[in-house]
Design a protein around this ligand. Structure first.
Ligand code: UDX
Length: 461
C-alpha cells in the first residue's frame, strides 16, 4: 500500500519507519524543511533505540521517503496518517491547531478515495472535526476518517509498534475498516489482535488506557508510602498484587512520580473532556493530584533524610523522565533539582542521554557525563532515573570518592544489601526505614525459610 504520514515527530517517524518495515511504501511529510533535510542526510532527529537502523534499512529498500511537500505523501496514497503534535493549552486541553492545519493541507492534495487516520492523541470528537474540514475543503473527493491511536512507549517504540498488544481501529464504514485491516495485515497475520470500534470509542480508548496506567502508578506510589509508615515492603506487595491476573504486575513499580509527554498531558486532557461534558472522573483527578504532589515533595524527602541541605553537594543520577530516552518533558528532575537548590544545596547531575535537553532547563547545575565524576565529593547521591548502567555502578568506589554516604534511591534500583555492604546509608521507596532488606531481618529469614519449606512440601487443603 502507499501511505503518507504527516508529521515527523516522535509518533510520525516511528509510525512511518515501522509501516515501511511492514512492506508498505511510505512518505513522511513535515513542513519543517530543516528536519526533512536532516532526515534526508541520514540523521535521526530523535533518540529512540532501533529507529535509525530501521529508517536506514527502509530507505535503502526504497520503501521510506521524506518530503516537505504534502502532495508527495497525499496525492497517490491509500492512507494518510495525521501524526502532528497536540500540546496542552493553559487549561490542560489538547491544542488541535496542528491537527486542523494538517487536515486542511491534506484536503488540498487529495485525488481519489483516501483514508485519513489520526495517530495523534486527540480528544473525543476530533475525528468529526477532521471529517468536517475534509468535507469543506475537498468536497469532490471521497474520504473516510479513522481513529487509530498509538500505544508507543519511548525507548521501546519500535518494538511496541511491531509487536503490539492490540491494534485499535475506530471507523464509521466497512470500507475504511477493510483498508486499515490491510495496513496491519502483516501484524494480524502474526496473531496480533485488532479491536474495531466506532471512531469516538477508539479516541477514548487511548485516553482511558493512559489514564488507567497513570492511576496504577499513583496507586502503587501511595501504597509504597504506606509501606514505609507501617513496616511493609512495597516490592512484595506489588509482586503479590501482580500475581493476580486481573491486576497484572506491570506498571506497579514505585518511583518519583510519572512524567513524559503522555501521562501528564493525557490525564489533564481527559479531565478537561470530562469537565466539558459535565462528567466526573474523580479517580483520575486524584491520581493526577497525587502525582503532582509527589513530584513537588521529592526535595522535602531528600531533606528529611539528610537534614539541612545548606552548602551540601547533592548528586543526581538520571535526569530523563525514565530510562531509555533523552526526553526531559515533565521529568521529576525538573521538580527536584530547583527545590534542592532553593534549600541551599549545590547540585551535580549526570545522565547518559539527557544532558543536552536538561542543560537549558536546569540553570546552576554542574553536569557530568560520567556518574563517578558527578559523585566526586558529594554528600548525598540521589538516583532518579533507572538507567540500567547505574545498577552496575561500583558502590565501593562511589563510597570512596564521596564526602557523605547517603544514597536515596527513587527507583529501588539498587540491592539494599549491596548498598549497605558498601557502607551507604540507604533510603529507597516503600521499604520500612528500620529495615533495609527483608533478608537482613531475623523474621524475614524465617519467612523465607517457611516459604522454601512450603515450596518443597506444599500443604494441600
Ligand atoms: C506512555 C504509554 O505507556 C504509551 O502507551 C503512550 O502511548 C505514550 O505514553 P511513555 O510516556 O513513553 O509511554 O512512558 P512509560 O513507559 O509509559 O512511562 C511513563 C512514566 O511512568 C515514566 O515517568 C515512568 O518512569 C513512570 N512509571 C512507569 C513508573 O513510575 N512506574 C511504573 O511501573 C511504570
Amino acid at each position: 500500500m502507499r501511505i503518507g504520514v504527516i508529521g515527523t515527530g516522535y509518533v510520525g517517524l516511528v509510525t512511518g519507519a515501522c509501516l515501511a518495515e511492514l512492506g508498505h511504501e511510505v512518505c513522511c511529510i513535515d513542513s519543517d524543511r530543516a528536519k526533512i533535510d536532516r532526515l534526508l542526510a541520514g540523521d535521526c532527529p530523535i533518540y529512540e533505540p532501533d529507529l535509525p537502523a530501521l529508517i536506514a534499512r527502509n530507505r535503502m529498500a526504497d520503501r521510506l521517503s521524506f518530503s516537505s511537500h504534502t502532495a508527495d505523501g497525499v496525492s497517490s496514497s491509500d492512507v494518510v496518517f495525521i501524526a502532528v503534535g497536540t500540546p496542552a493549552d493553559s487549561d490542560g486541553e489538547a491544542d488541535l491547531s496542528f491537527v486542523h492545519a494538517a487536515a486542511r493541507d491534506i484536503a488540498a492534495h487529495l485525488r481519489g478515495f483516501t483514508v485519513v487516520a489520526t495517530k495523534s492523541t486527540v480528544p473525543v470528537g476530533t475525528g468529526d472535526e477532521v471529517e468536517a474540514i475534509l468535507a469543506a475543503h475537498a468536497s469532490d473527493v471521497e474520504t473516510a476518517v479513522v481513529s487509530n491511536p498509538e500505544f508507543l512507549r519511548e525507548g521501546c517504540a519500535v518494538g511496541d509498534f511491531l509487536k503490539p498488544d492490540r491494534i485499535v481501529i475506530g471507523a464509521e464504514t466497512s470500507r475504511a475498516n477493510a483498508v486499515m485491516e490491510a495496513v496491519y495485515r502483516p501484524l494480524t497475520a502474526r496473531g496480533c489482535p485488532v479491536l474495531f470500534s466506532d471512531r469516538r470509542t477508539s479516541e477514548l480508548i487511548k485516553y482511558a488506557s493512559n489514564a488507567f496506567l497513570a492511576v496504577k502508578i499513583s496507586y502503587i506510589n501511595e501504597i509504597a508510602d504506606l509501606c514505609e509508615d507501617i513496616g511493609a515492603d512495597a516490592a512484595f506487595v506489588a509482586e503479590g498484587m501482580g500475581m493476580d491476573a486481573r491486576i497484572g504486575g506491570r506498571f506497579l513499580q514505585p518511583g518519583p512520580g510519572y512524567g513524559g509527554s503522555c501521562f501528564p498531558k493525557d490525564t489533564q486532557a481527559l479531565l478537561a473532556t470530562a469537565r466539558k461534558a459535565d462528567a466526573t472522573l474523580s479517580v483520575i483527578a486524584a491520581a493526577e493530584t497525587a502525582n503532582r504532589r509527589r513530584k513537588r515533595h521529592l526535595g522535602a524527602r531528600v531533606a528529611a533524610a539528610t537534614g539541612d541541605l545548606t552548602d551540601k553537594v547533592v548528586t543526581v543520577l538520571g535526569l530523563a523522565f525514565k530510562a531509555g530516552t533523552d526526553d526531559m518533558r515533565e521529568a521529576a528532575a525538573l521538580d527536584l533539582i530547583p527545590d534542592l537548590q532553593a534549600r541551599g544545596a549545590t547540585v551535580c547531575a549526570s545522565d547518559p542521554e539527557a544532558i543536552v535537553a536538561a542543560r537549558p532547563k536546569l540553570p546552576g547545575v554542574a553536569f557530568f557525563r560520567d556518574a563517578y565524576a558527578a559523585a566526586q565529593g558529594a554528600d548525598v547521591l540521589v538516583l532518579l532515573t533507572e538507567w540500567p548502567a547505574y545498577a552496575s555502578l561500583d558502590l565501593e568506589r562511589l563510597h570512596r570518592i564521596m564526602r557523605g554516604h547517603r544514597l536515596i534511591d527513587f527507583r529501588n534500583l539498587f540491592d539494599p544489601e549491596a548498598v549497605a555492604r558498601a557502607g551507604f546509608d540507604y533510603i529507597s521507596l516503600g521499604r520500612p526505614a528500620s529495615r533495609r532488606s527483608i533478608a537482613a531481618l531475623g523474621h524475614g529469614a524465617a519467612v523465607i525459610d517457611r516459604m522454601q519449606s512450603a515450596l518443597q512440601s506444599p500443604d494441600v487443603d
